[in-house]
Design a protein around this ligand. Structure first.
Ligand code: CO
Ligand code: CO
Length: 356
């Protein structure tokens, strides 16, 4: 179990313990996925001597196995039980790691128990999570292949005249047919809406002459894919075709720049220089990509400030875009892994402009 790795890192770095609430870090460290915990206090307490104990609502009695665990029932005060666990594990205060995404109401109540010095759990776990092993890469490849297959499928749909929100729903259903679920709410941005990188699909009907940005992903055994393709419905404006070709070139150059030992920001620079060379720099308003794994956005971030040195097994997106207000936008996004020292695309869907 990867929890042992965390414990040895904690010892090395002088932490007394960790409080880990449900989320992708808990899943990564223990393989436990607790569905819909909501407001009920659930936390794994770990100390630097390697002892740990779970506190969980009794709803999960059949799910949490193989751990020392205390369950609490609705109506009981779980913080009294947490205080008991902290005492058992000899953690009266101290320097503790805490799950970054823990609910603020839990944290406020925990801070009333003892005086802790908290540090984000991600600061240690990200070092482990950034480098994927072969099994993880396989799962990510599967998630990426699902996204590819849905893209091929949607090219056969008649999308002219349908609303953005309807197309987003159709994409979501197609992804769910083939995987464990969506990795995030699909983005469908058509026409002038495509000038907004994270447009929420709305009532606009897709029509002839539109470029349409489709950004979606699948989740498979916890691991995410994230693809963006921009397609044309009918022949688009010539300026949009020019923009498309610039983005495609930027995406390709950034991909070719990927290799072990360089900094993330060098990949960003390859994309940014290409777009700047074509005169569209001010319309490329975000970083080139982000790490991908159990979370859709995680380390390493591929931006102008990206100091992380790329290593074998790192997985991230390359997704430059150009967004011109009033006209539209283009983004092309692939998932990439560093394998045998070089970049390898996990996303294989067609990257040439497709006109439906
Ligand atoms: Co995306
Ligand atoms: Co992305």
């Amino acid at each position: 179990m990867r929890l042992e790795k965390l414990i040895s890192l904690m010892k090395d770095q002088g932490f007394d313990g960790a409080l880990i609430s449900p989320g992708t870090n808990l899943y990564y460290l223990t393989d436990l996925h607790l569905h819909e915990v909501g407001e009920r206090l659930t936390v794994l307490v770990v100390n630097a001597r390697g002892e740990y104990h779970f506190l969980a609502p009794s709803l999960y009695e059949n799910v949490i196995r193989g751990f020392p665990v205390t369950f609490w029932r609705d109506g009981e005060n779980p913080y009294e039980k947490l205080a008991w666990i902290l005492a058992e594990l000899q953690l009266p205060g101290g320097r503790l790691l805490i799950e970054d995404t823990m609910r603020a109401d839990w944290l406020i109540n925990i801070l009333r128990l003892e005086s802790f010095e908290f540090h984000p759990l991600s600061s240690l776990v990200k070092e482990l999570r950034m480098r994927k092993d072969r099994r993880e890469i396989k799962l990510m490849k599967h998630a990426a292949t699902v996204a590819d297959r849905v893209f091929e499928e949607l090219l056969g749909w008649n999308i002219s005249g349908i609303r953005e929100r309807e197309l987003a729903l159709k994409i979501e259903l197609a992804v769910r047919e083939l995987s464990d679920g969506i990795s995030f709410e699909p983005i469908v941005a058509s026409g002038e809406n495509a000038a907004n990188p994270h447009h929420a699909p709305g009532d606009r009907r897709i029509r002839k002459g539109d470029l349409v940005i489709l950004d979606y992903g699948a989740r498979y055994k916890g691991y995410c894919s994230d693809i963006t393709r921009t397609i044309a419905v009918g022949q688009p404006d010539e300026r949009l075709v020019e923009i498309y070709n610039v983005v495609k070139e930027a995406q390709e150059r950034a991909y070719r720049a990927v290799r072990e030992g360089i900094k993330a920001k060098e990949v960003d620079r390859a994309a940014r220089d290409t777009i700047a060379g074509a005169g569209y720099e001010k319309y490329f308003t975000h970083r080139t990509g982000h790490g991908l794994g159990l979370d859709v956005h995680e380390e390493p971030y591929i931006g102008p400030e990206g100091e992380v040195v790329l290593e074998e097994g790192m997985t991230f997106t390359i997704e430059p875009g150009i967004y011109v207000p009033g006209l539209g936008g283009v983004r092309i996004e692939d998932d990439v892994a560093v394998i045998d020292g070089k970049g390898k695309r996990l996303t294989r869907a067609e990257r040439e402009l497709i006109v439906l």
